[in-house]
Design a protein around this ligand. Structure first.
Ligand code: SAM
Length: 210
């Protein structure tokens, strides 16, 4: 898996295909997110969400992890490194201190993993999250029925084919990440659907009884 090749064209391709809807999904809860101390943005890409987050939370320290050096370079060029630590790493191999982050963000990232791998990714991120952490997730979604579901199935298959070819991702279908988050005491507390239900932006909150 390597997004370096697609990184310089990522924004243009996204705008061609979806206009501003992906960015709207990323930022849907950025102003409502409770003040956090330390955030982990996993698979952040070119830093457009990062820029909005830094603007919304002037005290926040951010660790921005991505496997793609070119994506990180774009993000760095966009925001500088005053409050951001950029980490080039494969999340599957990365290690984090326990309970370090009170904000986790995985926009259009969880869909890069097969279900078994995603289980381990969610376990790792959950262990790195505090007991009251917020987890923001924007991702593609298949609406439950009708023509929207058929259209979504077609578009999502096309995207997987594209990213398999240009970035070598191994996943082939959208994973059910919700059922993986709940056992780690995360609850879905708010959700916004965009693009006729093709995209969901979700606000998850952890409430862990000690
Ligand atoms: C589909 S892009 C999403 C980028 C951005 N978050 C967005 O909202 O559009 C997936 C991003 O995750 C990164 N990525 C994919 N698999 C990864 C992994 N195993 N570890 C770290 N980063 C990964 C890619 O380099 C890429 O920047």
């Amino acid at each position: 898996m390597n997004f370096d090749r697609v990184a310089p064209h990522y924004r243009r391709l996204e705008t061609l295909a979806f206009g501003q809807q992906l960015q709207a999904a990323r930022c849907a809860f950025v102003r409502q997110t409770p003040r956090a101390r330390r955030a982990l943005l996993a698979g952040e890409g070119d830093g457009r969400f990062l820029e909005e987050l830094l603007r919304a939370q002037p005290e926040l320290q951010v660790e921005c992890l991505d496997a793609s050096a070119r994506m990180l370079a774009l993000a760095h060029a966009r925001v500088g490194d005053a409050r951001v630590q950029f980490l080039q790493a494969d999340l599957r191999a990365a290690a984090f201190p326990a309970k370090r982050y009170d904000l986790i963000v995985t926009h259009f990232f969880l869909d890069c993993f097969e279900e078994d791998e995603l289980r381990r990714v969610v376990e790792k991120l959950s262990a790195a999250a505090t007991d009251d952490a917020t987890w923001l997730i924007a991702d593609f979604h298949r609406p439950p029925r009708g023509w929207r579901r058929c259209w979504a199935r077609f578009l999502i298959s096309l995207m997987y084919l594209f990213f398999r070819f240009v970035a070598g991702i191994e996943a082939r279908r959208l994973p059910d990440y919700a059922s993986l988050l709940r056992p780690h005491a995360f609850a879905l507390t708010n959700e916004i659907a965009l693009a006729d239900g093709l995209i969901l932006s979700q606000f998850w909150r952890r409430s862990k009884k000690l």
